[in-house]
Design a protein around this ligand. Structure first.
Ligand SMILES: Nc1nc2c(ncn2[C@@H]2O[C@H](COP(=O)(O)OP(=O)(O)OP(=O)(O)O)[C@@H](O)[C@H]2O)c(=O)[nH]1
Length: 307
């Protein structure tokens, strides 16, 4: 057994992958402080930056290098949970883990745990760094949720946020307000001054609306000249006051294009969350409120009071 372990650890040191070996048996299950990391290979030391002496051992319990105790503790707990899962399933276990490394950087790792069949009660845990990959995915995800012209969120993001907000409202009992915001006669701007001017009007309008909102409100472009505001405010009177600033701001602005100046107005449909609402039902109500505002000629804030 001793020889097997020595051989195994020697092979691990030749691997280009960061790896650790954990011992996890019935005793460690009964006494949670006794789980232990038996070995970390050279690549682990290089990549993650902790030598074995700084890893928690059963004597130290959960306490490791004082300044970095917490991240290491998390790492140990995580490895332990891998050990537990492996004991139960006998399969390999994979997970993503963020580790604060010896140089102080927090990096992302794909962690894989497998049972060492040659040495009983020992588990091999490997760490493959995926920080760059994770950052690229995050950037792509953000780009895919942003409207390229105006820089606000797009419909896809809004639907995701709205779904989460409906779930939150259902469980917490505190509602929110949804508003649809549409530029009146926007098509005329395109027809009269051209598409580039229309684009500039959309960008300026977004800037004006955004100034009136707080950082926690969600502003998204729904389509064309329609925008949606999701506000964590269940009092329609207060929400109306906030949106009125944006509505008034657009109204008061002088839009300029080449030698021409012109004014724009908007119409807003406002509704608040009701128990039993789905994202679709609340969107339909906001849209209906917007249409009612349009029906009276636009330049209007229509507050839905059908409930
Ligand atoms: N410049 C520009 N125009 C766009 C863009 N997306 C959609 N549109 C135009 O927006 C117009 C539709 O806007 P609507 O709000 O439906 O039309 P509207 O004239 O404002 O009508 P009402 O909303 O009823 O007042 C069409 O002319 C589209 O071509 C865009 O990204 N840039």
């Amino acid at each position: 057994m001793e020889g097997d372990l020595e051989n195994f650890l020697h092979i691990l040191d030749c691997l280009p992958v960061a790896a650790m070996v954990m011992m996890f048996n019935e005793d460690s299950l009964r006494e949670p402080g006794r789980q232990s990391i038996v070995y970390v290979n050279q690549k682990y030391h290089q990549l993650i930056g902790y030598p074995l002496e700084l890893m928690p051992s059963h004597q130290d319990g959960m306490v490791v290098a004082p300044s970095e105790a917490q991240p290491q503790e998390k790492l140990l707990l995580f490895c332990r949970s891998i050990g537990q899962q492996l004991r139960e399933t006998q399969d390999s276990v994979q997970a993503r883990l963020q580790v604060r490394c010896g140089d102080g950087d927090e990096r992302d790792f794909q962690v894989t745990g497998v049972s060492c069949t040659v040495i009983q009660d020992h588990y091999l845990i490997t760490f493959q760094e995926v920080t760059r990959f994770t950052a690229e995915i995050e950037q792509l995800k953000q780009q895919s949720e942003i409207d390229q012209l105006t820089g606000v969120f797009n419909q896809h993001h809004l639907l995701r946020r709205l779904t989460a907000e409906v779930e939150r409202a259902q469980s917490s009992g505190t509602g929110f307000t949804l508003m649809m915001f549409d530029l009146d006669f926007f098509k005329d701007v395109n027809d009269h001054y051209g598409h580039n001017c229309g684009d500039q009007v959309l960008i300026t309008t977004v800037d004006i609306i955004r100034t009136a909102l707080s950082g926690v409100d969600c502003l998204a472009r729904w389509n064309g000249a329609d925008f949606v505001v999701l506000m964590r405010e269940d009092n329609p009177g207060i929400a109306r006051q906030v949106i009125q600033k944006a509505w008034q701001g657009v109204r008061a602005h002088t839009f300029c294009w080449q030698d021409s100046t012109f004014a724009m107005t908007t119409t807003v449909g406002l509704t608040t969350y009701r128990r039993g609402d789905t994202p679709e039902s609340i969107l339909d109500r906001a849209d209906l409120a917007l249409k009612r505002g349009k029906r009276v000629g636009g330049d209007f804030i229509f507050v839905d009071d059908s409930g």
